[in-house]
Design a protein around this ligand. Structure first.
Ligand SMILES: C[S@@+](CC[C@H](N)C(=O)[O-])C[C@H]1O[C@@H](n2cnc3c(N)ncnc32)[C@H](O)[C@@H]1O
Length: 308
């Protein structure tokens, strides 16, 4: 995982107590770590990193109420919520399921960028782009249409792995990602005609009607709670006959969950409903895993929907 985010309190002594507390936390001395964090917070009451870490420790100690209070303080101290305290509150059932704070996603992937490909492809056996490629080819074959696309938009393009898988079949690739460091990596591949640092919904909204004949979202919908707005905007941005292909993680229930790994998991029912709400036709839905979690395939879906 990426290095842990640290936002200095601006008070040297408070920052040093935080460092000691982290050492203690990592060594398993949770009560002592919590004590030190409380001391740091007394010195610097708006110390977001200390509040966030205290929330984690309270959670580790099974003190849910105290954890919830600390995560609320962490978010109040950093309204952009770069630590993702809001996600922890959702996991603790203290708040209803909602979207991810964009600043959290940006920081996460900015930190991850240098090691992203070795971690995802090497350690987690990532295979999302290859699965999407196979699914798109099979949909095109069934429709008796060539698998060649003039303009494609790669949502959450990351370092460019999906564009690499489709490079021979696409004329003009546009990449959109929240993380400037991931975009830098994508730029270095030379695969994209255009790259934009933006949220995927904003990125789609900035495109004219019928601007693309293929839209990809490889391992990105796991960071999106509600698929319907993205799919609706994709439907508008697709030319008739165009495709959107995406992977997501899934579970046996009915709704959307935020998993332990802080990734959303969409049920098949919820994917079908979102595709229908967007006015798209579901052309392909397969239970296939795009990556491993704890050395076993994480349950996943590969989906292709068509603009009719
Ligand atoms: C796991 S990576 C996958 C990258 C790439 N699609 C691939 O297959 O290797 C997820 C990417 O989605 C981006 N991302 C997540 N949520 C986003 C959002 N709402 N808007 C734009 N980018 C987002 C992240 O910054 C990250 O680069």
């Amino acid at each position: 995982m990426p290095a842990r985010l640290f936002l200095s309190s601006g008070d040297l002594v408070a920052d040093r107590r935080y460092d000691f507390a982290r050492d203690l936390q990592l060594r398993g001395d949770l009560p002592a770590a919590a004590d030190l964090l409380q001391q740091a917070i007394e010195l610097a009451p708006n110390f977001a990193s200390a509040w966030f870490t205290l929330g984690e420790i309270r959670e580790q100690l099974d003190e849910s109420e105290a954890a919830i209070a600390a995560f609320h303080k962490a978010r109040a101290a950093d309204p952009l919520d770069r630590h993702g305290a809001g996600l922890r509150l959702m996991r603790l059932d203290a708040e209803p399921l909602a979207g991810m704070p964009p600043a959290y996603v940006q920081v996460l992937f900015d930190q991850y960028a240098p090691r992203f490909e070795s971690a995802l492809v090497g350690d987690l056996g990532y295979r999302g782009p290859a699965l999407l490629f196979k699914a798109v080819l099979s949909v095109r074959l069934a429709a008796k249409k060539p698998a060649f696309f003039k303009r494609a938009i790669d949502l959450g393009c990351g370092t460019g792995l999906a564009a690499a898988a489709f490079a021979k079949e696409v004329d003009h690739f546009i990449g959109v990602d929240l993380s400037p460091r991931m975009i830098d990596k994508a730029h270095a591949t030379g695969l994209y005609a255009e790259l934009e640092v933006a949220d995927i919904l904003q990125g789609l909204r900035g495109r004219p009607d019928a601007a693309a004949d293929l839209i990809l979202a490889a391992d990105v919908m796991v960071y999106v709670a509600d698929l319907a707005p993205i799919l609706s905007e994709a439907a508008r941005a697709l030319a008739p006959g165009g495709l959107i292909a995406f992977t997501t993680e899934t579970h046996d229930g009915e709704d959307v969950l935020l998993g332990e790994g802080l990734r959303y998991s969409h049920s098949v029912a919820c994917v079908r409903a979102s595709v229908a709400t967007a006015g798209l036709k579901l052309s392909h839905l397969d239970n296939l895993s795009a990556r491993n979690e704890d050395n076993v395939p994480a349950p996943g879906l590969v989906v292709v929907a068509t603009k009719t």
